[in-house]
Design a protein around this ligand. Sequence first.
Ligand code: FAD
Length: 381
Amino acid sequence: MEREIVVVGAGPSGSATAIALKQAGHDVLLIDRQEFPRDKACGDGIPAGAIEILFSLGMEEKIRGADFYPVYRLLLSSPRGYVLEADLKKGKTGADSCVVPRTEFDALIQQHAVEAGVEFCKARAKEPIIEDGRVTGVRVRQNGSDQEIRSKVVVGADGVTSVIARALSPDTHEDKHRAVALRTYISDIEELPHEVEFYLYQGILPGYAWIFPLGEGRANLGLGMRLDKFRDANESLEQMVEVFLDIPDVNKRIKHGGKLNNTAVWQLNFGSKPIQRAYDGALLVGDAAGLINPLTGGGIHNGLQSALQAANVIHDALVKDDTSLTQLQVYDHRIEESMKKSMRKSYLIQRSLLYFPSWVDILIRWGGSNSDLAKTFIDKL
Ligand SMILES: Cc1cc2nc3c(=O)[nH]c(=O)nc-3n(C[C@H](O)[C@H](O)[C@H](O)COP(=O)(O)OP(=O)(O)OC[C@H]3O[C@@H](n4cnc5c(N)ncnc54)[C@H](O)[C@@H]3O)c2cc1C
């Protein structure tokens, strides 16, 4: 089979790349190892900027018609229990951030890709086809048999465990640039309406626990920790959730014993470690490209931004009929230009939280919503 572009992974980053390329007039095959709707472990917090990128891809009507839970406020709680509350920023065109289960959110984008004319097929990518140092397609497992799909460009959008990324660059992963996180749902909590909550406390810093409301007493609840700190902690994430639920200010809001459901654990790949994202005949986007903010753990907005940038660069390369690394590496430069500064700053704050946890008390008690800590959380959600 021969295609112009194959996008591997139909999460937000892959589906958005596919939509943008299809809208630019290209032939796109989008593959995923799962049918949609499917779950993805996440806090389900979708920043206003991400919503507006989807509007720009023609999804405004669909999103306004969907049942997304808008959030307007943020609460940050420090190790000593000081609390800061602030308004979240609206997007440039006035969109609100929201909380929406990824089962629903991702399916809406993947469906939009299909309606835009992208061909979707369920197949598991095994590895990129590499000939003379150039990516010329993907080997996939589909309906029980192995197949080769040839293409001018392959986009690796297959998440943190990307087989495309692993085949193209040696695995140089370091635990301090990764995190592990647990997500669960609670259905009997007295939520703070339209307010997302972040708890930064001893034992979990520089990570945090969160409660993101979904309305009617339901919330996405979870916690994430830097992988090296998690390995030192000698405690499971499930045990840590119990500790979190025992915090008096949280515990008193749980109405009938705190029924948890749909618990899942997943890794996060921080953008604090620079990696190559453009190759001869291939690009990486989203989590496959390691674009998660190292302080907030948010990756959807950066993933969607990378999708638009990748689609732009691929379109220009195809117009010139040259998808070599020389053409595609402009993508690496654009990602650096647009995200490096904020990744570096977030990583610096994250490291400060690790070494000076009492700083969090000071910032939350006295720094107010203008402190870099608060601003980063506000900006990223
Ligand atoms: C617990 C947790 C909480 C988080 N909370 C938030 C949050 O609240 N807000 C936020 O912005 N970010 C959050 N993140 C990060 C966010 O989930 C990711 O940044 C986001 O999912 C990235 O989207 P993506 O499309 O790049 O990858 P993914 O969403 O992971 O999609 C990758 C797709 O590739 C498919 N795939 C994988 N391997 C293959 C293969 N071999 N062949 C074919 N298909 C394949 C998968 O099935 C999947 O559909 C959180 C992460 C975790 C783990």
